[in-house]
Ligand binder design. Structure first.
Ligand SMILES: [Zn+2]
Length: 178
């Protein structure tokens, strides 16, 4: 379930994390990857960030959120054992792979800026899954904090179209319909 929240419900640290996530998405865009950025906030103090590098590495595992969880999984596990908070911020609604990794690695809260009509998985029916998913489902918050994540995506699809990639046109249509 996705909770739609307003910008003014964000804390100062939420805003800081979202700003960093947006910068990571911009970096991914300029490096030629699908423009998504993510931030991991541990115990309200430690901040880690990553951008999507899937197209740079030719490996679709490396979504921004997944990259963070892979890199800092042991720190997350420490936080979980110490009952500290684990928050994940993303410029785009997490896909099934990243949402699954977040649930399995005990993320408490997820914030995302742009809804993903293509690969977003946050409205998944967890009752259709094993009990582990309901026990550990993070609180998922959608906040229209900025239109930069959307604009970066549209720009990325257009750049793919100009390179002759028909996938860009398909993606533009999906986003225009949503
Ligand atoms: Zn993902």
């Amino acid at each position: 379930m996705i909770l739609k929240i307003d910008k003014n419900q964000l804390s100062q640290i939420d805003i800081k994390c979202l700003e960093i996530a947006i910068k990571e998405a911009q970096k991914s865009f300029y490096l030629g990857s699908y423009p998504v950025g993510s931030v991991l906030l541990l115990n309200e103090t430690e901040i880690f960030s990553a951008g999507n590098t899937a197209q740079i590495k030719n490996n679709l595992f490396f979504h921004a959120e997944n990259s963070l969880i892979e890199k800092y999984g042991s720190k997350m596990y420490e936080c979980f054992k110490n009952k500290q908070s684990i928050k994940l911020y993303s410029t785009l609604e997490p896909c099934l792979m990243c949402l699954g990794a977040a649930i399995m690695n005990k993320v408490n809260e997820i914030f995302f800026v742009q809804h993903d009509p293509h690969a977003g998985a946050c409205n998944i029916d967890i009752k259709a899954l094993g009990i582990r998913y309901s026990e550990n489902m993070p609180i998922i918050k959608h906040v229209a904090y900025s239109d930069i994540p959307y604009k970066l995506l549209i720009e990325f699809f257009n750049s793919e179209i100009s390179k002759g990639n028909p996938w860009g046109k398909k993606m533009l249509e999906i986003y225009e319909k949503s």
